[in-house]
Every structure is written in structure tokens, then in C-alpha cells.
Design a protein around this ligand. Sequence first.
Ligand SMILES: O=P(O)(O)OC[C@H]1O[C@H](OP(=O)(O)OP(=O)(O)O)[C@H](O)[C@@H]1O
Ligand SMILES: O=C(O)c1cc(=O)[nH]c(=O)[nH]1
Ligand SMILES: [Mg+2]
Length: 201
Amino acid sequence: MTSAPMSPDQVLAEFRDAGALLEGHFILSSGLRSPVFLQKMAIFSEPPRTERLCRALAAAIAAKFGKIDIVVSPAIGGIVPGYETARHLGARAIFVERDPGGPFTLRRGFQIPAGQRAVIVEDIVTTGLSARECLAAIRSEPGEIVGAACLIDRSGGKGEIGVPFVSLVTLDIPAYPADALPPDLAAIPAVKPGSRAMPKP
Ligand SMILES: O=P(O)(O)OC[C@H]1O[C@H](OP(=O)(O)OP(=O)(O)O)[C@H](O)[C@@H]1O
Ligand SMILES: O=C(O)c1cc(=O)[nH]c(=O)[nH]1
Ligand SMILES: [Mg+2]
């Protein structure tokens, strides 16, 4: 694998140039609200950009965790970066997925066999909830879950996953409970870009 470090500025430039840095009022997967959304699919729809970012993520994973056999990602957002990162690591790429509203499960014959070393690859971490749910879905597999990784950790380093964690960039982007919105955010209609089913209001 070719090592290709990327600075945080270079990573953010990829998001900016792809039109992936959105401003408005967003309902996040955790239910929190934010004036900023990182639309990772604007990145993942461009293979060369995805390749650059995931090559750098693979280098960071290899430096922190050593040899990886399997990359496991939470659907939907994690599937493309999980696959591309696995390609640079020389690893297999598998994913966990939900029945609507349900927990993540490993399906399609995917396994983490005994003796294999796996890492979770997420796209974005806000609270770490999705990565923790991914970990819960694979904990009983015989292989070893050595850590987790993502392109952008927007929690300011506060997101807890339960295994050692590496990201290309750490940002501290504001996010608020729905009942504690600043007035300027409350004035904007909210949209929910992600795939997690939300409880009916
Ligand atoms: O750290 P968290 O608070 O869990 O937030 C980050 C998660 O939110 C998004 O997924 P989402 O559930 O919106 O669905 P998607 O993967 O289909 O975009 C993103 O892909 C991460 O998985
Ligand atoms: O927390 C989320 O749901 C989230 C935040 C973000 O910036 N991008 C994304 O895809 N999901
Ligand atoms: Mg996701």
C-alpha cells in the first residue's frame, strides 16, 4: 500500500471542492440538529476524490492498527469509503445494514472469522452512535475488532466508539438537541439527509 498522508486542510478542500460542505438546518442521525452538514455522497459520487481520501485513511489505519484483514462499515454512508479503504489496505470489505428502524446486522453471509483483524470504517462521526451500533452488531464474531476510523470526526474528539479510533480530520461542529435550538437555526426549516428512520413526532 502506498502511504499518502493528507493534511486536514487538504481533506477539507476535497469536501469544499465537491460541494459537500452544506449550510442550513439539518436533522442528524443522532436526532441532534446542526447548521452544517457534510454531504459525503457528494464526495463518494466522484471516484478520484474518494480514492484520494480513502488512500490517506488506509495509511492512517495501517499506521495505527497494523495489518487489517477486514473492513466493516455501517450502511449506507460507510459502504463506499469502506470498500475503497479496504482496496488500499488489501483487505476484504463487508458492511452491516438495518431493516428499516431496526438495529444493524451482518447479513449476506458476511463473517469475521477467528484469527482475522477487522476495523470499522465510517464516513462521518458526529456522536459515534452509528459506529457503536456497528460494533455491537459484530462483537460476537470470532475475529478481533481492533479499532475504528472515519474521514471526518465532527464531534471535536468527544465521540466515543468503544475501540481505539483514528480520523483524517477532527472538527468541532455545533449540534443541538431539538428543544434547545438557537433562534437563527430554529427559523430555518429542517431537512434530514441520512437513512436512519426517525421516530414520528
Ligand atoms: O456519529 P453519529 O451520531 O452516529 O452520526 C454519524 C452517522 O450519521 C450518518 O449516517 P446516517 O444514519 O445518517 O445514514 P447514512 O449512512 O445512510 O447517511 C453518517 O453516515 C454516520 O453513519
Ligand atoms: O450526524 C450525522 O447524521 C451526519 C453529519 C454529517 O455532517 N454528515 C452526515 O452524513 N451525517
Ligand atoms: Mg451512516
